[in-house]
Design a protein around this ligand. Sequence first.
Ligand code: KE4
Length: 440
Amino acid sequence: MNAPTKAVKPNRQRSREIFARAETVLVGGVNSPVRAFRSVGGEPLIIERGSAQYLYDADGNELLDYVCSWGALLLGHAHPAVAAAIADQARRGTSFGVTTELEIELASVIHGAIPSMEKVRFVSSGTEATMSAVRLARGVTGRDYILKFEGCYHGHADSFLSQAGSGLATLGIAECPGVPEALAALTLNAPFNDLPAVERLFAEHAGKIAAVIVEPIAANMGVVLPAEGFLSGLREITQRNGALLIIDEVITGFRLHYGAAQKLLGIDADLTTLGKIIGGGVPVAAYGGRREYMDRVAPLGPVYQGGTLAGNPLAMRAGLATLNELTKPGVYEALNRNAERLVAGLRKAVAESGVPAVVNTIGSLATIFFTAEPVTNYAGAKSSDKTRYARYFREMLDRDIFLAPSQFEAAFVSVVHTSDDIDRTIAAARSSLQAIADTP
Ligand code: KE4
């Protein structure tokens, strides 16, 4: 259905009633804070089903989805090949707690696409992947400090919750209670794109930093691109200081092309983390890297990590079906062409509206920031007009376009968004921006 470019307040009565029930048994009515719409106002959605590029809420409204389960659903919702694989495996057993060939197959597919991941360990969430990679780096180097970047988000493990992006940025939680001060002190933060700050921290903590962990394309402060030389600089600094470079590709892995963003950006991590897309919408994540590091993980080495459902066959089938679809000729070219056209249209709509805004993008990732200044780090993202983003979010939702309910996230284009969807989204953005310009 083509949504009106002029906002018509959809009926969300049933969502409202159901969400009230959700709040009685779920904390804030959600199972992950960023879903609570706290920073964008309006009422959280209750979704009943998804199909391809659409979500359908409890009131039967059809929403054009650019959240795509926070980037996991590059193939869109209920992709037939993924659904069939899950259904078939469900009849054969979902989890055995013993190795299956399916794990070997998916690990081999990942290694084939990302050769630096010589060995892989599957886990069930991106947080587990990054937490384990940091533990391994600490175990391998015998060092305690880690260095991350302000506004980057690597999941909710204790070591990552200072100056973090995504839901913490959304809720304004700079330092998370419950993380022991002694542990929090071992996490160093530098501004994204600021190599001199990284050099200073390595000089101040000489011989003590186990690893630098970085999103190669920041997407949890909104999308922020690495400056020329930033990532290669991190590679050189970590090598020179005997620290590991962990590249967190939970969002970017298989997003920009069939493999890791590293390949396009010309760097090789010591350890890489993956998630989201490699599970096709069911819980799969992974960490991996060179044998010399990975063979230090139990049972070969003493660095312990385990998981009841890690590598379960149901999830492996979903991941294999997803990555198989992504090997089809022209998939990424069409995806990136659509996304580029969307961003060009958004930028034109911004210019026509006269509303100060910039759109940061790479491939099928994009974020609009309401500021006249370029956004190249977390400080820039935070200084944009978040109230105006919230208004834009609501205006677009009133036009049945579902964007991330937070300034500090990305919009994700999937392979099933059509050219008509792009046109529709551009028209809705033009109308929304004009509404903002008319009644700020
Ligand atoms: P999970 O534990 O949520 O599966 O993955 C953590 C993670 C690790 N690394 C990166 C780069 C990530 O983006 C994430 C999780 N992403 C957020 C959204 N940007 C998850 C959304 C949520 O928390 O509900």
